[in-house]
Design a protein around this ligand. Structure first.
Ligand SMILES: Nc1nc2c(c(=O)[nH]1)N[C@H]1C(S)=C(S)[C@@H](COP(=O)(O)OP(=O)(O)OC[C@H]3O[C@@H](n4cnc5c(=O)[nH]c(N)nc54)[C@H](O)[C@@H]3O)O[C@H]1N2
Ligand SMILES: Nc1nc2c(c(=O)[nH]1)N[C@H]1C(S)=C(S)[C@@H](COP(=O)(O)OP(=O)(O)OC[C@H]3O[C@@H](n4cnc5c(=O)[nH]c(N)nc54)[C@H](O)[C@@H]3O)O[C@H]1N2
Ligand code: SF4
Ligand SMILES: [Mo]
Length: 753
């Protein structure tokens, strides 16, 4: 690796950790081709030296002997290393055969979480999906945040404009179903979450955490409320109910753009605090008190995450959170929830209104699930592979995903993957999913690529920009860059042939971008000379060119010489610790992109979905029985970092947390093994009792279960844990968004016979 790194003199490379959404600045100390130490970068103005154990292990990932550095092809049940040329020929042959026999819809494209942390996917996945020509697109979004896309899309017209809690300026943060002390924050990029929460007390701000587990975050809160899993929607509706009942609605600045308030009043009428109390487990007086505090705080934010989104009423829950923020005047208010102002984006400050947001433009073949953001639900993948008939999925192209561990009903999916005709994985490990692949194409290590967290700086609580060149240069003999790898796949899928020159794809992307911005009369490049722009990009890598285009045409960009002092890639390269361009600013009403140009508090599809919530209010689930929820740990990252010794050492972390009374009632105690059974499947887990759990709730982390034959992750295999998604059910989903239900799963737990 790193053929052209010279000598063994120590140097320090500054960049952004690509492992979670927090975007911490890291200082990577390097000797020759070895990473010798990774520490937090004190000079990064956004993260100010914060780093977690995963970031500190970046070097271990880079040097992991099990990380693939060469393509492998499965031959006679074994993976055999091959040259890149051979690998691409094999991809062309295998995919070509399936597509020729069964058509384009027989191919599914699967995209996983790590793609959001790399530059090349940000630019090349769209062309890749287009070249694949299939509607069978599945991504981690439908095991994660799809409900929020739907709410953002329908209510203010932009599915990617997330309501970010403005945590540095808020006076009152109501946090539900999130544990940033473990996850470091999600759908809000705010490095050093713990440090930012520490600033609450000095400025007199309050943190209230609502979670079925007294989490690490709840321990630091002013107040923690247990809530029965899956019932947040009822409780949030009761808060809205209380705002109306006590005349606390006060929309403020945006009032004349908001429609649907009376419809909301009607919808929440049945949800009085007394009615929801037995369902949620939160008494009516507390509910009223919280509603008043929210309404009276100078600036307050309601923020919900995985525990609010990956549930049966995920969209309705996200909707009620948005309604609370709007009705209390905290939407687009400093210290409330705000949308981001990413440096690498255009921001149009024109008149409100846009194209609006649509779902269900086409439907999935078997389940009839509507597309959402152009995707089908992850929970529908297995049925699409298993069900015979025209359009059946027979081949996969996956990038950075391990569905056999991260999607619901994972045993079923494991069997389905075993029955595929052809599977190409772009991945760095042979794991539970990729062991089924015919070809695995490993991209370079993250440290061998340029670095700009395009996705997550787009969700940040400050306008911040930071670019880094590769820590290690690669030689041609080390294989294609990530951009070349994707370009090759585009060429193969288009039928241009595996030997075609990837530069064709790179150049076309640059030309397309320039043409789009030139031909838009209101665009940043309107009327400019395309050759002049192309010349200005000369000398940059393919992703460098595309990033430079985004930066320079962004709202802080130098507009290729027309805005003095503006941002460009060259300028960012002179600031290796990053450039802070200030806090979030009000963007509404200009940002309203609904067709009406209004903030649609009660859009039709959400009102229609509310029927499900009403029905459950009338027929709530019985209060007895156990409900399973997930959990995250600072030393783990979804399914793929268990091969790093420093992260799996110590006592086992994949345990079934139970309240001591629930355990005792089943003859169980800490250290015992229990049988856990759900409608979808069963497993055996190690019990750990804890009164941090709400009685009636058990918790198991996801992404474990590395004790299967055929994986090539030696450390992980020695610390296997169990696969919690054996228990989650792909038959139930959040209908409005197609999101999987990963929390609030009814389970039975018993002692092993
Ligand atoms: N260390 C680490 N960091 C990560 C990840 C990781 O795996 N490990 N994963 C990253 C990814 S992909 C994401 S999406 C983010 C997620 O970021 P978070 O959403 O902050 O993730 P969690 O830590 O799982 O927190 C979810 C919380 O929801 C609670 N919960 C479960 N069900 C319910 C419910 O019905 N109601 C309420 N109110 N609470 C409920 C759980 O007890 C848990 O505390 O984290 C990211 N960061
Ligand atoms: N029960 C339950 N299930 C869950 C969740 C939960 O809370 N509970 N959380 C869900 C959430 S929020 C998410 S985001 C998903 C995540 O699920 P996935 O999107 O499947 O992501 P990971 O499990 O992180 O797997 C990442 C894959 O990418 C590979 N990889 C790592 N780095 C790179 C790289 O640089 N390039 C490439 N090409 N590959 C790489 C790894 O080897 C691995 O195969 O899991 C979901 N599943
Ligand atoms: S918090 Fe996230 S971004 Fe920061 S060091 Fe840890 S894994 Fe990396
Ligand atoms: Mo996620």
């Amino acid at each position: 690796m790193g053929a052209s790194t010279s000598g063994s003199a120590r140097r320090t490379a500054y960049r952004t950790c690509p492992l979670c959404e927090a975007t911490c600045g890291v200082a990577i100390e390097v000797e020759g081709d070895r990473v010798v130490r990774v520490r937090g970068d004190e000079a990064d103005p956004f993260s100010r030296g914060f780093v977690c154990p995963k970031g500190a292990a970046l070097g271990d990932v880079h040097h992991d002997p099990d990380r693939l550095r060469q393509p492998v092809v499965r031959r006679g049940g074994r993976f055999v290393p091959v040259s890149w040329e051979e690998a691409f020929v094999e991809v062309e042959r295998g995919l070509g055969a399936v597509l020729a026999a069964h058509g384009r819809q027989s191919l599914a494209v699967l995209l996983g979480n790590p793609v959001t942390h790399h530059l090349a996917p940000a630019f090349y996945l769209r062309p890749l999906v287009r070249a694949a020509g299939t509607r069978n697109l599945f991504t981690a979004s439908t095991v994660d945040q799809m409900p929020q896309h739907v709410v953002s899309g329908l209510v203010w017209g932009d599915p990617n404009a997330f309501p970010l809690p403005d945590i540095d300026r808020t006076d009152y943060l109501l946090m539900l179903g999130a544990n940033p002390l473990a996850s470091n924050g999600s759908l809000v990029t705010a490095p050093d979450f713990p440090g930012r929460l520490k600033q609450f007390k000095p400025r007199g701000a309050k943190l209230v955490v609502v979670d079925p587990r007294r989490t690490e975050t709840a321990e630091r809160a002013d107040e923690h409320l247990f809530i029965r899993p899956g019932t947040d929607v009822f409780w949030l509706a009761a808060l809205v109910h209380t705002l109306f009942a006590e005349h606390l609605v006060s929309i403020g600045r945006l009032e004349r753009w908001v429609v649907g308030v009376e419809e909301i009043r009607t919808l929440v009428t049945p949800f009085a605090p007394e009615v929801v109390a037995p369902i949620c487990g939160i008494d009516a007086a507390t509910t009223r008190r919280i509603a008043r505090s929210l309404a009276r705080a100078a600036a307050a934010a309601v923020y919900g995450r995985i525990g609010n989104h990956a549930v049966e009423f995920g969209t309705a829950t996200a909707w009620m959170a948005a309604v609370l923020n709007v009705l209390t005047g905290n939407f687009d208010r400093p210290g409330g929830v705000m949308t981001s102002s990413p440096v690498a984006s255009r921001i149009d400050d024109g008149e409100p209104g846009g194209r609006g947001y649509r779902i269900g433009r086409w439907k999935s073949r078997v389940g009839g699930h509507p597309e959402v953001n152009g995707e089908f639900p992850a929970a529908a993948l297995a049925e699409e592979i298993e069900t015979p008939g025209e359009g059946r999925i027979r081949a996969l192209l996956s990038v950075a995903t391990n569905p056999v561990r991260s999607y619901p009903n994972s045993d079923r999916l494991d069997r389905a993957f075993g029955a595929l005709d052809f599977y190409v994985a772009v991945d760095i490990y042979v794991n539970e999913s990729t062991r089924h692949a015919n070809v695995i194409l490993p991209p370079p290590s993250a440290l061998e690529e340029e670095n700009y967290e395009l996705t997550f700086l787009g969700n940040a609580v400050r306008s911040f920009a930071k670019y880094a060149p590769p820590v290690f240069e690669r030689g041609v003999e080390d294989g294609p860059s990530e951009a070349d790898l994707f370009a090759k796949l585009v060429l193969i899928l288009r039928g241009d042939g595996a030997e075609s020159d990837p530069a064709r794809v790179h150049d076309a992307l640059v030309d397309e971008f320039i043409e789009r911005e030139r031909s838009d009369p209101a665009g940043p490049l309107a009327g400019r000379d395309a050759d002049e722009i192309r010349r200005a990009l000369a000398g940059l890598s393919p992703v460098g060119k595309l990033l430079d285009l985004r930066l320079r045409t962004g709202w802080q960009g130098d507009l290729f010489g027309q805005r003095e002092g503006g941002i460009s890639l060259t300028k960012l390269a002179e600031h290796p610790h990053g450039v802070d361009l200030g806090p979030l600013v009000e963007r509404f009403p200009a940002r309203l992109a609904t067709e009406s140009g209004l903030l649609e508090l009660a859009p039709g599809p959400l009102v229609a979905d509310w029927r499900r919530v009403r029905e459950r209010l009338e027929r709530p689930h019985p209060a007895e029985g156990l409900l399973l929820i997930g959990r995250r740990h600072l030393r783990s990252n979804n399914s793929w970092m268990h091969n790093i010794p420093a992260l799996v050492s110590g006592r086992p972390r994949c345990t079934l947390l139970m309240h001591p009374a629930d355990a005792a009632a089943r003859g169980l105690g800490s250290g015992d093994r229990a049988r856990v059974r759900s409608k979808a499947g069963a497993l055996e887990a190690l019990v750990e009792t804890s009164d941090a759990l709400m009685p009636g709730v058990v918790s198991l982390p996801h992404g474990w279960g590395h004790d299967v034959a055929g994986i090539e992750m030696r450390v992980a295999a020695a610390h296997p844990g169990v696969a919690s998604n054996v228990l989650t059910d792909d038959a139930i989903l959040d209908v409005a968004s197609g999101n999987a239900v990963l929390n609030g799963i009814p389970v039975e737990v018993g002692a092993l016979a």
